[in-house]
Write a protein that binds this ligand. Structure first.
Ligand SMILES: Cc1ncc(COP(=O)(O)O)c(C=O)c1O
Length: 371
């Protein structure tokens, strides 16, 4: 593929009928060589460079025009509030190639609403939901050939980011903000079926404070959780479970996913607490569980209750459901579900979500948005 041909195509793709001045395309010497090398069956969950990202700047009280930018680098003021004071929010959602050939976003508006909630909590200007979805549609469209094809079970992962990009020395909100969305193709996490993991409770580490920012997707939450996740990984546990930060008696959530459990009599249970991030995936699963006439309980879940569950899982956008068949805390070990594979209820819920995302099951909830 010739370089100049690609650049020309970007200019055409990204204006989408708008005034040409609205969609400036910044060129760089990033070529599509990487795209040529993508083997869909070998994609994991790592950053793969794509053609471009979309970017907006907030100044003087309003969002400016979009810029499609080829370079994955962001020039920024060295005193930007995001760099020093963590004034930064992000989201993670996916676009799927569906059975009918169309590319669709999954629950984009819901992610947009959570993004706005996060922005408000750390004094950043909200990105209106319409702008959020519009930006995503444009950047996905511009990178449509990076969407893993139907049948590969991969997806285009979408990462909206909002940061204080203006300078401040004192701890105050910035006066300039940058909103950008980049995309990167990701593979099927479970090419040979859902497989369970063991989780560790790392005592002495909390993800969030009781009245802090655990309920929103502020970037610093993830820095705060890295140490616990590193400790768990070093002991052979792929994920770690956080208990409530006040008493350490109740289950909260895993490092980057919500806790869900199924009782022996078929109830769907998930913890409710002020410092848990409200997972869009969990909301999807609760909706589907209720449709299956399963009682859904969002409530406090005491650590002592865990041995009573017949299936436990971690849920989130990245993998939908990871079965968790063993949870360790000190010398206590809780086991749930089958040793191999996944329990029947979580498997059924997982299959329903995948079916809807791929357009194989009718979307009766309006969760999909065409690109
Ligand atoms: C802390 C935390 N909990 C839960 C989730 C799952 O949320 P969602 O289903 O919206 O991806 C995520 C991922 O975004 C997360 O980072």
């Amino acid at each position: 593929m010739g370089g100049s041909g690609n650049l020309k195509r970007i200019t055409v793709d990204t204006t989408f009928g708008r005034r040409a001045s609205c969609a400036r395309v910044r060129r760089s010497n990033f070529s599509e060589k990487q795209f040529m090398a993508i083997d869909w069956s070998r994609l994991g969950f790592q950053y793969v460079n794509t053609r471009c990202h979309i970017r907006y700047t907030w100044r003087d009280g309003e969002w400016g025009d979009e810029v499609m930018e080829e370079s994955p680098y962001l020039p920024m003021h060295i005193a930007a509030t995001s760099l020093h004071y963590g004034q930064a929010a992000f989201e993670g959602l996916k676009a799927f190639a569906c059975e009918d050939g169309a590319v669709r976003l999954f629950r984009a508006e819901d992610h947009g609403r959570r993004f706005a909630t996060t922005a408000r909590r750390v004094l950043m200007p909200e990105v209106p939901t319409e702008l959020f979805v519009d930006a995503i549609r444009k950047v996905v469209k511009a990178n449509e050939d990076y969407v893993p094809p139907y049948g590969t079970n991969g997806a285009l992962y979408i990462r909206p980011l909002l940061i204080g990009s203006g300078p401040r020395i004192g701890v105050q909100p910035a006066e300039e903000f940058t909103f950008l969305v980049y995309v990167t193709p990701v593979g099927d996490y479970y090419p040979s079926g859902l497989s369970p993991v063991s989780a560790l409770v790392v005592d002495g580490h909390d993800r969030a404070a009781p009245q802090g920012v655990g309920n929103v997707k502020v970037a610093g939450n993830y820095a705060a959780g890295m140490m616990a996740s590193r400790i768990a990984a070093a002991q052979g546990y792929p994920i770690n479970l956080f208990l409530d930060p006040r008493e350490h008696r109740y289950v909260e959530e895993f490092g980057t996913s919500n806790f869900i459990a199924i009782t022996g009599d078929g109830r769907y249970v998930t913890p409710a607490a002020e410092s848990i991030l409200r997972s869009v995936t969990n909301d999807t699963l609760m909706t589907l569980a209720e449709e299956d006439d399963m009682p859904v309980e969002r409530r406090q879940v005491a650590w002592e209750e865990l041995p009573g569950f017949s299936e436990i899982g971690a849920c989130g956008t990245a993998v939908i459901i990871t079965p968790v068949n063993r949870i360790v805390r000190g010398d206590e070990v809780v086991e749930a579900g089958p040793r191999e594979g996944v329990g029947p209820v979580l498997q059924r819920l997982y299959d329903r979500v995948r079916g809807i995302q791929k357009g194989e099951i009718e979307d009766r909830w309006g969760w999909l948005t065409a690109v």
